[in-house]
Design a protein around this ligand. Structure first.
Ligand code: ATP
Length: 300
């Protein structure tokens, strides 16, 4: 289990991470979210033992993380850091050996992953000759070649097409089943919603929202009602108790309400409209919650 306790990091006088605490259990997928400059990469580097903490502690299974633990860690950095003059095989061998693996094991696993990602033909090719997406696959393989206990994925899907995103997601789910702890950051909230059981949202290095995704959604009482019908008198609907906003999309209306308690009143209003074919109450999206929480804190 990873434990981050009251971690603070200064770069000179700039506090990049401010009293951050969270835990990631075995087999858990944890989201570390925040706008640009919030402190995510700094946190990842500290967890990896690449950066000293100013104060606080980071431990894995009770022991402080240092370079002797690299064989149990995997890190996909945001800035892609491949040795582009090497071939795919040389690159993965290089990192595998650094992580204390036997050459034979590295090559066996490499063949399996190249086959999975359908890039076996590139094994002897120089990294610089590969497309960006394929380079990212190689970097991902490098991060997981040692079957890490803790895997850190900084923006793993950026620049990938939907098919490759799906491939990466399938591997992440598989690793979770094998009890790998995974921390990942993404600016795409729908990706976070698909995976993460727990998350923390950082703003200027400080946690502004944390906990289990389900609980966060439950506590955030606002809901969206999706309605399909012929026409709606928007101004009249906005006067119904609890209605915060009414948005028209291409195919449907989205009625934003304060809480579950307002559903009945909205339903009574909508049932008077013509040709109602849909009335669905849904939780707010993580994106909405994120925007509100981060926005609120910006103003404070
Ligand atoms: P992004 O989403 O843009 O990658 P981030 O959440 O990863 O951002 P960090 O890169 O951790 O954020 O940066 C946090 C803060 O620390 C920022 O104010 C940044 O300018 C500062 N910072 C990051 N690295 C350094 C460094 N090496 N020296 C000085 N300041 C730094």
């Amino acid at each position: 289990m990873l434990k981050v306790e009251h971690v603070t990091k200064y770069y000179g006088k700039n506090k990049a991470v401010d009293d951050l605490s969270f835990t990631v259990k075995e087999g858990e997928i944890f989201g570390l979210l925040g706008v640009n400059g919030a402190g995510k990469t700094t946190t990842f580097r500290m967890i990896n033992g690449l950066l000293d903490l100013s104060s606080g502690s980071i431990t894995m299974d009770g022991k402080p993380i240092d370079y002797t633990m690299t064989d149990r860690l995997g890190f996909l950095t945001e800035e892609r850091s491949l040795l582009t003059k090497l071939t795919v095989k040389e690159q993965v061998l290089y990192y595998g050996v650094l992580k204390g693996m036997k050459e034979e094991t590295i090559l066996k696993r490499l063949d399996e992953w190249l086959d999975y990602f359908q890039i076996s033909d590139y094994k002897e090719r120089k990294i610089k000759e590969l497309s960006k997406g394929n380079q990212q696959k190689v970097q991902f393989i490098t991060a997981i070649i040692n079957e890490p206990k803790l895997l850190i994925l900084d923006e793993p899907f950026s620049g990938l097409d939907p098919i490759n995103v799906q491939m990466f997601m399938d591997v992440i789910r598989k690793l979770k089943k094998q009890k790998t702890s995974i921390i990942f950051s993404s600016h795409r909230m729908e990706h976070v919603e698909m995976f993460c059981e727990k998350l923390v949202v950082l703003l200027k290095g400080k946690s502004v929202l944390s906990g289990e995704l389900k609980q966060i959604k439950k506590e955030y009482r606002k809901k969206n009602i999706h309605v399909v019908c012929d026409a709606i008198d928007v101004e009249a609907l906005k006067k119904v108790k609890g209605v915060l906003d009414v948005i028209q999309n291409e195919n449907e209306w989205i009625i934003k309400i304060e809480s579950d308690e307002n559903v009945q009143d909205v339903f009574d209003f909508v049932k008077k409209c013509k040709n109602v074919t849909k009335f669905a109450v849904e939780d707010a999206t993580l994106n909405e919650i994120f925007l509100e929480k981060v926005g609120e804190s910006y103003e404070n």
